[in-house]
Ligand binder design. Structure first.
Ligand code: NAD
Length: 454
């Protein structure tokens, strides 16, 4: 058994590396020659915890190779996975399948040069219902029946814990009508069978829809708790306790009930939008998902107003220290990060932003060149009028509060991730704004530079 993986992004590189860790020889292909050259030298071009070690081990063992040459990668491959990007199409928000179809064309062309071989073509990219069938059509134009099989194997890994998610997934979904494809994919995932991972065998269309339904559901859960957080603020309740109180109900579950600035990232916004389009094309409406997208967009924009209000109604001439830029911790991915909606309006409002993110700054600099990028959290805080915590990296969870207070010109913290406890912050002398909880005011005698606020 050997496989080819097309695309060495977050999904392709992690999946390819993990399959090689399962003992399967894997050749990863990318069009980006620079990325491949770096990988060949043993450099991992993206940040994902643990990935560089896993790549190094499997590369050294000769089970993991990188190339720009798709034909060579397909030589003797039992299966080829398509793990290229499917971003939102400009204009209508549907999934842009340009990369998927380009990869499919290249695969069909290369396989046509190898008569007698049989290869399973698997979509790992998130693709709308119907794409697998279209892919089969592309293959059938160049290849005789029996030379290829098509399957959908959507990926559910999360950036930041991608290796663990791939190695110990909640489930594997395999959509195909081909017994041969089932056999090949079952063999590839054999190590997970030993862990009793549930495998859902289904049709291609169902597998494609499972991925979108999963992401839309999770986005809905986040949006629900965010609206509950707004209500908590209005009625004096605490969203953390509400989330715990409902989440302990096994029917609801505790995960994805963290109120915050709104969801972002490379998947939820684009996948929700694509699901809405898929439904429209099928003559149906996913009005709930449409609402989720609207609510989330206005929420992200509203975060800037919240920060302005916390700064006394204007940020003109003020300096804000911003900690965290990526859409979540443990990744360098800036795609659709809430910071991209929150920070530009603050700059337009006259603020200077001193920002720090442990891994996201190289990418953030390309997208928000107007920020002042700092070497660490404390440098960002120097002389700032307020601290805004946007992404909950672990290193921001245990800041030296006395030092924070000394560095800030006024002790205002706006914590969009509820990392700290309001009473602890009040006791430390901060005016502490968070999400879905009351504003904490400094306790008498706790703050020595409160005059600056007044
Ligand atoms: N990132 C995630 O957390 C995640 C999780 C689950 C599913 N997905 C889905 O997986 C897919 C890939 O996402 P990603 O985040 O890894 O994307 P990415 O943008 O990080 O990587 C895509 C890679 O594919 C390469 N590529 C494009 N066309 C190619 C071609 N014809 N031949 C060879 N290489 C080509 C690009 O150069 C790039 O390196 C998307 O459909 C996404 O929705 C992503």
């Amino acid at each position: 058994m050997r496989i080819a993986m097309i695309g060495t992004g977050y999904v392709g590189l992690v999946s390819g590396t993990c399959f090689s860790e399962f003992g399967v020889p894997v050749t990863c292909v990318d069009k980006d020659a620079d990325k491949i050259a770096r990988l060949q030298r043993g450099e991992v071009p993206l940040f994902e915890p643990g990935l560089d070690q896993l790549v190094a081990v499997n590369q050294a063992a000769g089970r993991l190779a990188f190339t720009t040459d798709l034909r060579a990668a397909l030589d003797g491959a039992d299966a080829v996975f398509i793990a290229v990007g499917t971003p939102s199409r400009r204009g209508d928000g549907h999934a842009d399948l340009t990369y998927v179809f380009a990869a499919a064309d290249e695969i069909a062309e290369a396989l046509a040069e190898r008569p007698g071989s049989r290869t399973v073509v698997v979509t790992k990219s998130t693709v709308p219902v119907g794409t697998g069938r279209q892919l089969a059509g592309i293959m059938a134009k160049r290849l005789p029946a029996g030379a290829f099989d098509v399957a959908s194997n959507p990926e559910f890994l999360r950036e930041g814990s991608a290796i663990q998610d791939f190695m110990r997934p909640d489930r594997v979904v395999i959509g195909t009508e081909s017994e041969h494809a089932r056999t090949v994919l079952r063999a590839l995932y054999r190590p997970l069978y030993l862990l009793e991972t549930p495998v859902v065998f289904t049709t291609i269309e169902t597998a494609e829809l499972i991925k979108y339904a999963a992401n839309a559901f999770l986005a809905t859960k986040i949006t629900f708790i965010n609206q509950v957080a707004d209500l908590c603020e209005a009625v004096g309740a605490d969203v953390q306790d509400v989330a715990r109180g409902i989440g302990l109900d096994g029917r609801i579950g505790r995960k994805f009930l963290h109120a915050g600035p709104g969801f972002g990232g490379s998947c939820f916004p684009k996948d929700c939008a694509a699901l809405v389009r898929t439904a429209e094309e099928a003559g149906r409406r996913m009005t709930m998902v449409e609402d989720v997208l609207d609510i989330n967009d206005s929420r992200k924009r509203g975060m800037a107003d919240r920060i302005v209000a916390a700064c006394g109604g204007t940020v003109a001439g003020k300096t804000l220290a911003v900690l965290g830029l990526t859409f979540k911790p443990n990744t360098d991915d800036m795609r659709d990060s809430p910071s991209l909606s929150i920070l530009p309006p603050l700059i337009e409002g006259g603020a200077t932003i001193r920002a720090f993110d442990p891994e996201g700054m190289a990418e953030a600099k390309k997208l928000m060149p107007d920020l002042d990028y700092c070497g660490d959290a404390y440098q960002a805080l120097e002389g700032a009028d307020a601290l805004v915590l946007v992404t909950e990296w672990n290193e921001f969870r245990a800041l030296d509060l006395a030092r924070v207070k000394d560095l800030l010109r006024s002790p205002i913290i706006i914590d969009l991730r509820n990392v700290y406890q309001p009473d602890e912050m009040a006791a430390s002398g901060f005016i502490y704004h968070s999400i879905g909880r009351s504003i904490a005011q400094p306790q008498a005698g706790s703050g020595r530079n409160l005059r600056a606020v007044a």
